[in-house]
Design a protein around this ligand. Structure first.
Ligand code: ATP
Ligand code: MG
Length: 425
């Protein structure tokens, strides 16, 4: 079959890479793709947020399956439009995508569904928000309700920090429309994990567990980013925990959406905190995590094309997934300055040598200039290895990265440390 993948980041590279290696898939087309994806798919220069352009592309290409990678087109209703035209689509409709598109909607639905999650309030008024902050005290979590590319959450250690954040969102314009409503949450402590599910109507198929590192700096310090590295499986997600997340978080939220008339077809990503009281939902996303997708696809042994088509066609019941033993780990290489401002257009060398050392290099923010690969975004590469243990996968990636020739890039040196501590205990 022919598959059209929407997006052009590291997640979409991992999806295209795996689809190309699926027996059921004959051709992969990607819009817009990137220079790394071009090795696995035919890239077409239509932006992932250009709904009109994507509809026109689907009409010309006539794919047997469309896989929507990022959240923005899903929240904008690309799934609805494609389904109306009769395409098989992996990715939820707008109403279900709201689970990610609006944190206030999502939290309210969690409460209705009885999903364990942090206490919260939704505010549009600065004064009332500040009253809540003063009465709950710090630490406290402030979230822009709308989409903010992974940057709209402030885990405030002091009341002042929290107040500055709500002022920035509600009175200022720090996240534009996305910050016109804020969600204030009780701070939860524990270890975090990403639990992903392929969902098709009532059928919910768990993927292998994974964990990402959102913080910029070693030791999980510094500001949050889109994600600086990830690995799978996550040793803290035991079989019991996985079962709890499925039964108390994933099933009830999908059922609650259905009750509202929104059927879910796509990837449900539950960000969970493993607290002393059991797993609690931090948030939902409606697509694969980036970078979690890179280690997950590296470990998946099943035919991805078949799985996603079965979900799109609502026959997921018969599908089971199989995974490579051992662990996969991905280290993100970012542009110096990210998540703030950074310079683009720097030459990146040594990529072949990095791969020759036993890794797969997934491209995210890269471009091609005069035949060379240059940086074009904040997060640029996801260097991934599969090995018998997290420790070994980590070693392979970091050893390979010694061959990377890009002085303007940086990466964390400790991706996977929590898992390694558990592994070696
Ligand atoms: N209630 C909470 N208590 C403690 N930490 C939290 C809480 N809510 C969020 N966080 C921290 O902030 C991070 C980002 O929060 P959240 O997942 O809601 O944001 P997001 O921007 O939607 O993330 P993503 O880019 O993964 O979609 C979480 O991964 C977690 O580390
Ligand atoms: Mg999110």
């Amino acid at each position: 079959m022919k598959v059209l993948v929407i997006g052009g980041g590291g997640r979409e590279h991992a999806l295209c890479w795996k689809l190309k290696r699926s027996a059921s898939v004959g051709e992969v087309v990607c819009a817009p793709g990137n220079p790394g994806i071009a090795a696995d798919a035919r890239c077409v220069p239509v932006g992932a947020e250009d709904i009109k352009g994507l509809m026109a592309l689907a009409t010309t290409e006539k794919p047997d399956l469309v896989v929507v990678g990022p959240e923005v087109p899903l929240v904008a209703g690309l799934g609805n439009r494609l389904r109306e035209e009769g395409f098989a689509v992996f990715g939820p409709d707008k109403a279900a995508a709201n689970l990610e598109g609006s944190k206030s909607f999502s939290k309210r639905l969690m409460y209705e569904a009885g999903v364990p999650t942090a206490r919260f309030e939704v505010h549009v008024d600065v004064k009332e928000a500040i009253e809540t902050i003063r009465s709950w005290g710090a630490p406290i979590v402030i979230k822009a309700s709308g989409l903010a590319a992974g940057k709209g959450v402030i885990v405030a250690q002091t009341e002042k920090e929290a107040i500055d954040a709500v002022r920035g969102m509600l009175a200022g314009n720090s996240f534009g429309d996305a910050g016109s409503q804020v969600v204030i949450e009780e701070f939860l402590s524990g270890e975090e994990a990403s639990c992903l599910f392929i969902v098709s109507g009532d059928t919910i198929l768990p993927l292998a567990s994974s964990q990402d590192h959102k913080a910029l700096l070693d030791g999980d310090l510094g500001p949050n980013t889109g994600g600086m590295g990830a690995y799978s499986p996550a040793p803290c997600v035991t079989e019991i925990v996985a079962e709890q997340v499925l039964e108390t978080i994933a099933r009830p939220i999908i059922a609650a959406l259905k009750k509202k008339g929104a059927e879910f077809i796509g990837t449900l990503y539950a960000g969970v905190m493993l607290t002393d009281e059991g797993p609690k939902a931090l948030e939902f996303n409606v697509r694969f995590g980036d970078p979690e997708c890179q280690p997950l696809m590296s470990r998946l042994k099943s035919d991805l094309g078949e799985v996603l088509l079965a979900a799109a066609e609502k026959r997921l019941d018969d599908v089971t997934l199989s995974w490579a033993d051992g662990s996969a780990l991905c280290v993100v290489v970012a542009s110096d300055g990210y998540p703030g401002l950074f310079e683009k257009g720097q030459m990146i060398g040594g990529l072949d040598a990095v791969e020759a050392a036993g890794t797969t290099v997934f491209h995210a923010g890269t471009a091609e200039k005069d035949g060379a690969i240059v940086n074009a975004g904040g997060r640029v590469l996801g260097v991934t290895a599969v090995a018998a243990s997290v420790r070994q996968a980590q070693r392979t990636v970091y050893d390979a990265l010694a061959a990377l020739d890009w002085p303007g890039g940086f990466y964390r040196k400790d991706i996977g440390y929590r898992a390694i501590v558990r592994e070696e205990r």
